[in-house]
Design a protein around this ligand. Structure first.
Ligand code: G6P
Ligand code: MG
Length: 220
């Protein structure tokens, strides 16, 4: 039986979550706002526009539309400068093998990311061809925790939503997967991702034959 395997990008496939953090923190500082790691968890998986809105709300700050757009552009420029340093070594441990195993088993694979930079990043890592379909921030109108990115990916794979498994490192992404009625696998800390059906610190911590286990798993 086939399932749809849907992967988030930032923080699941590649270690770019740290770059987003650095770039947002620099931007926040430039307008006199400080935010901590815990608040950063609330930015993970969240679209660029909504992230800036959240940061401004934390700092009780407002920007004109023009300033808002220029800050977003500045953040992206700094982020892309950091992304430029990425190599295949930045693919997170165990992910590449996991993807290859899924492919060997003939299981449908999708990317489901909020990022508008997803395609160039996958290309840089040399793993674009491992995905049957890519749904990213340029393809959807409703951002996570809305399930649109995952339901679109599932529909493109032609797999029923309840037979999809989503890998996520963010609270918003886990909520989106759950809202879609999909099995949610958290990558990160149990405390943070407690809404997920299962949580692992990394792909290397998953049990042996985990894919076979997932193929039999039902959404709770
Ligand atoms: C991912 C990241 C977020 C980021 C969002 C938009 O979900 O986890 O931190 O804000 O994508 O990314 P973008 O590359 O379009 O700014
Ligand atoms: Mg993520």
């Amino acid at each position: 039986h086939k399932k749809g395997f849907i992967f988030d990008l930032d923080g699941v496939i590649v270690d770019t979550a740290k770059f987003h953090f650095v770039a947002w923190q620099r931007l926040a500082k430039s307008i006199g706002i400080d935010f901590n790691h815990e608040q950063n968890e609330q930015l993970k998986g969240v679209s660029r526009v909504n992230s800036l809105k959240k940061i401004l709300a934390w700092g009780n700050a407002t920007l004109s539309e023009e300033e808002f757009n220029s800050k977003m552009a500045q953040k992206n420029e700094e982020y892309l400068a950091l992304v430029d340093t990425l190599t295949t070594d930045d693919i997170l441990p165990g992910v590449h093998d996991f993807l290859l195993e899924l492919r060997e088993m003939g299981q449908p694979i999708a990317l489901g990311s909020a990022s508008k930079n997803a395609r160039p990043i996958l290309k840089k890592l040399g793993i674009s061809d491992l995905f049957d379909t890519i749904v990213d921030g340029t393809n959807v109108t409703k951002a996570k925790p809305d399930p649109e990115v995952f339901t679109t990916a599932a529909d493109q794979l032609g797999v029923a939503h309840k037979y999809c498994v989503v890998f996520e490192d963010s609270i918003a992404g886990v909520q989106a997967a759950n809202a879609a009625g999909m099995i949610s696998i958290g990558l990160g800390e149990q405390d943070v991702l407690h809404e997920a059906d299962s949580v692992y610190s990394s792909f290397t911590e998953m049990p042996e034959n985990y894919i076979t286990e997932l193929l039999m798993k039902k959404k709770k």
